[in-house]
Every structure is written in structure tokens, then in C-alpha cells.
Design a protein around this ligand. Structure first.
Ligand code: AMP
Length: 417
């Protein structure tokens, strides 16, 4: 029989990793809550329809990557593959449109996608996300981008690059798609055969081709950014001006295509070479003005991003982890001293000390060694006498105290310089 393993594409968060994740969570909370974003947590699973309508039935996520199951009562449920549709569902369900607008929310939650696992790509992963619902302004988009930049830079993600574009409206996009398809058909002779085969399915993919002849042809292809309606172009211009004022560098990436259907106007991605070429995207987002209506809500402009927790951790250098300090290790000197030792460690914890009790039945010598390994400041050696030997590990000094004097002694030593 072999040991049962965690499912492919999942991972355990062991204590050594948990500290960095907690630090990132606290870091995100500090940045986002200082900007007025309130934390939200939605259920791990939702009605499947939320994603087929909210993410888009034709997207890779919905077509291939969802963990969908029957709840036993004939209802189809899906493990959430992303956070925006659930947050919009919650906004509608709780009538948040009655609150002063916009409503600013953030989350750090787990998500599930049946993707081919590799470094930085898992089937269960975590995202930190921020959404602003009920504002159409360019300031909202610029604020969100700057907050994500701040989160990545101050956590130490190496060499973050910001790619920025605008998708205009769905109508502009549909017209542009036709124009691009016509251009591609007219240049079929100078395009690779796989690009030609996909012209009508997804003409935008032609921009991703690695084939040199195709790439040369695509330089002359029409760009969506040049086709934006005047009000969309002006909106995008304002976003860019605010990023310029904030001195945040970005690269215009006219072919940036996000994997989800619901985006309109501003879209962006942050990448980091530190992650390697294949999975270099740390986070991304954009404006999704049409999503709320897809979910039968009133027209409500909205904008947001999500960044991968594991990718941020991969992209940031690891600081030396400071081990949790141990003030007191309670050693058990004789077999019948267990109860007194247990009492002492409980009292120490109630007094706010970080305290550990011998739990492995080691010899006294072994217990002192264990205390040393943990970096304990004091070891209390509890026997059956009314006195306890308190050993200060740094100096090696050992003094006997009445049992009830042990904790006050340690507490006093805390406040000494
Ligand atoms: P998306 O919702 O696809 O825009 O993803 C936002 C971010 O989540 C990406 O930039 C990644 O950092 C992260 N992400 C997406 N899918 C995965 C995955 N399968 N494993 C790990 N991180 C992911």
C-alpha cells in the first residue's frame, strides 16, 4: 500500500510557508484597508450559472477548467474559479447599490481551475483581489493599478512590469474583430497555417504567433487601440495621465487579451521575470462595466484586479524567517511532576508568555537540548518539590524559586533593558 498523496496540482501550506503567506495577507490588508477597501469572503462554491454567465460561456475557464458537481439535489455547483463574479453576486444579493457608491472590496481566497499543473500554476491557488463597484471614473482604474503596484513593489516582487491597454466597448471590439479578420484573410499567404486556420475562431491570437513571417505581417495589422470610440479613448488617456503623474512606468500592449469575457475599457497585467517566462503574470485586471447586467443586475460600472498569492511569493525574495520566540520551556524532571508542569505552562500562557511543555517523554538532558533547539530563553525544571529550578539559557545560570514566583520572575526580566 502506498501513502495517499494530495491531488495533482494542489499543495500543502506547511508551517514554514504559512508565516510568509500570513505576512503577505497582513501587507495586503494594510494597503487596501488604508485606502478604504473592506474585506469580503464569499462561499467556496457557487451556482454554476454564476460563472457561465459572469465569466463567459465561451472562455477557457468555463469550457475546460471548472470543477463542477451536482449537489445531490439536482443543482449544479462549481468551485469558484475566480473572484469577480462572486463579489458581484454578493453586491446584488445584499443590495449594496443602496450604500454610498462606489463600494470598495478586497479578498484573499482560494480558487480552483483544472489546469495543467506546473511551477506557479496550480489547481487550487490563492488570489488577493480588489474590486470597486459603482464608479466609471478613470481615477478608479488608476487607483486600482497604483494599489496593485504598491502591493507588489513593497512586498519585494522583483522587476514588476506593467502592461496596459484599453479594450473599448464590446461593440467596438466586435467591429474591430471583423476588421482584423478581413485583414488576415487578405494576407493569408504571409501567415502561418495555424494562424490562418483560426482566423474566424479567434483572430486576436494571430498577434501571439512566434512565426517570423506572421510577426512581420502583423506589424501592419490594425490595432484595437487605434479604433477606440472617442469617449473610450479619452477615458484611457486620463488613466494614462494619472499613472504618469504617479510616475508609474507602463508599456502599452495593444494586443493584451484577458482570459475573461467581461472586460471593457482599461485592462492591465503585471509580470515579473523572476517567475520565469511561462507563468510570468503576477496579477491583472480591468474594467468590467457590463458584468452586473449579465447577472441581471442594474447597469453598474465596476473595475478590479486579482493577483496570485503563490506567484507573488515566487517573485519576491524570501526574507530570513524569524522563528517564533519561546519565553519558557517547561521541563518535567520526574515522572510524577507532569501535572505541576502542565499547570505552570498553562499559567505562563495566561500571563501572555510564549511557553511550551515537554510532550515527548525525553530525559532531562534531552529536554534541555530541545529547549536549546527552540531558542527558549528560560527552562523551568519542575519536580515534585515545592521549588522549581529556573535556568536562564543564555547565561546558563540556574536558580530555585517557589513555584508561584517563576512567572513573575520571567515577566520582570522581560521589561529589563
Ligand atoms: P486571472 O483571474 O486569470 O486574471 O488570474 C489572476 C492571477 O491569478 C494571475 O495573474 C496569476 O497570478 C494567478 N493565477 C491564475 N491562475 C492560476 C493558477 N492556476 N495557479 C496559480 N495562480 C494562478
Amino acid at each position: 500500500m502506498s501513502v495517499i498523496q494530495a491531488p495533482r496540482g494542489t499543495f500543502d501550506v506547511l508551517p514554514a510557508d504559512a508565516a510568509r503567506r500570513a505576512a503577505l495577507e497582513a501587507h495586503a490588508a494594510r494597503i487596501l484597508e488604508a485606502a478604504g477597501y473592506g474585506r469580503i469572503e464569499t462561499p467556496t462554491f457557487e451556482a454554476t450559472e454564476l460563472f457561465s454567465r459572469g465569466v463567459g460561456a465561451a472562455t477557457d475557464i468555463v469550457q475546460k477548467e471548472m470543477y463542477t458537481f451536482d449537489d445531490g439535489g439536482g443543482r449544479s455547483l462549481t468551485l469558484r474559479p475566480e473572484g469577480t463574479a462572486p463579489v458581484c453576486r454578493a453586491y446584488l444579493e445584499h443590495g449594496m447599490h443602496k450604500l454610498p457608491q462606489p463600494v470598495k472590496l478586497w479578498y484573499m481566497s482560494s480558487f480552483y481551475r483544472a489546469e495543467a499543473p506546473q511551477r506557479g500554476r496550480y489547481r487550487q491557488f490563492w488570489q488577493i483581489g480588489a474590486e470597486v463597484i459603482g464608479s466609471a471614473t478613470a481615477e478608479t482604474d488608476a487607483e486600482l493599478i497604483l494599489l496593485l503596484a504598491e502591493l507588489l513593489q513593497s512586498f519585494g516582487v522583483r522587476e514588476p512590469r506593467l502592461l496596459l491597454s484599453s479594450l473599448g466597448t464590446p461593440a467596438t471590439r466586435a467591429e474591430y474583430r471583423e476588421e482584423l479578420a478581413a485583414f488576415l484573410h487578405a494576407h493569408e499567404d504571409s501567415l502561418s497555417s495555424d494562424v490562418v486556420a483560426r482566423i474566424d475562431l479567434n483572430p486576436l491570437r494571430a498577434f501571439d504567433s512566434k512565426d517570423p513571417t506572421t510577426r512581420a505581417t502583423m506589424r501592419a495589422a490594425p490595432k484595437l487601440l487605434d479604433r477606440l470610440a472617442p469617449e473610450d479613448a479619452a477615458h484611457f488617456q486620463r488613466v494614462r495621465e494619472m499613472l504618469d503623474d504617479a510616475e508609474l512606468r507602463y508599456e502599452l500592449e495593444p494586443t493584451l487579451v484577458r482570459g475573461l469575457d467581461y472586460y471593457a475599457r482599461t485592462v492591465y497585467e503585471f509580470t515579473s521575470e523572476a517567475l520565469g517566462a511561462a507563468q510570468s503574470t503576477v496579477g491583472g485586471g480591468g474594467r468590467y462595466d457590463g458584468l452586473m447586467e449579465q447577472l441581471d443586475g442594474p447597469p453598474t460600472p465596476a473595475s478590479g484586479w486579482a493577483a496570485g498569492v503563490e506567484r507573488i511569493l515566487l517573485g519576491a525574495p524570501e526574507p530570513p524567517t524569524a522563528a517564533q520566540p519561546v519565553d519558557l520551556y517547561v521541563a518535567i524532571a520526574t515522572a510524577d511532576a507532569g501535572r505541576a508542569a502542565f499547570h505552570l505552562v498553562s499559567e505562563a500562557r495566561r500571563a501572555g508568555l510564549s511557553a511550551q511543555l515537554e510532550l515527548a517523554g525525553r530525559s532531562l538532558k534531552g529536554q534541555l537540548k530541545q529547549a536549546d533547539r527552540l531558542g527558549a530563553r528560560y527552562v523551568a525544571i519542575v519536580g515534585t518539590d515545592s521549588e522549581v529550578a529556573l535556568k536562564e539559557m543564555d547565561s546558563g545560570e540556574q536558580t530555585d524559586y517557589a513555584r508561584n514566583a517563576v512567572i513573575p520572575t520571567i515577566l520582570r526580566s522581560h521589561t529589563l533593558p
